[in-house]
Unconditional design. Structure first.
Length: 141
């Protein structure tokens, strides 16, 4: 399956900093996960979710993630992160973050995440709010 930036309706960009590189002189694997996280938070903000998570809130929590690294990015470059929801289940949704090199016009990494609604007051998993489902459907068209 080939993934293109055009497969994502929501994108955001992050500069590659010189300090993002490791001793092998390419972007450290952790940075890709940080870009995926930042893109995911911006997606949540577009959904109108409160990302401050006060104790009375139900908010998203990361239940699982993985990342496939396909191309080593280096400084200077810009990471273009596409974020989308690929599946909505009864109690969670699945997200995908495609990280693309703007300089090389190609995908560099693909991260998948499971997002679970979490009640920060009771410290337990919560039912998937209908408002979240509606917001995702609106963003994904």
């Amino acid at each position: 399956m080939k993934i293109a930036l055009s497969d994502f309706r929501f994108t955001t960009e992050f500069p590659v900093h010189w300090g993002d590189m490791d001793a092998a002189r390419h972007v450290n694997n952790l940075i890709y996960l940080r870009w995926a996280e930042s893109g995911r938070i911006r997606y949540f903000e577009k959904m109108k979710l409160d990302t401050t998570f006060s104790p009375a809130d139900i908010g998203p929590i990361l239940g699982w993630q993985d990342c496939k690294y396909m191309f080593p990015m280096t400084y200077p470059d810009t990471a273009v992160v596409g974020v989308r929801v690929t599946e909505i289940e009864e109690d969670r949704f699945i997200m995908e973050s495609g990280i693309f090199s703007k300089r090389h016009h190609r995908i560099a990494a693909l991260s998948k995440q499971i997002i679970v609604p979490y009640d920060y007051g009771t410290l337990r998993k919560a039912p998937l709010p209908a408002a979240w489902i509606a917001a995702v459907k609106e963003l994904e068209g």
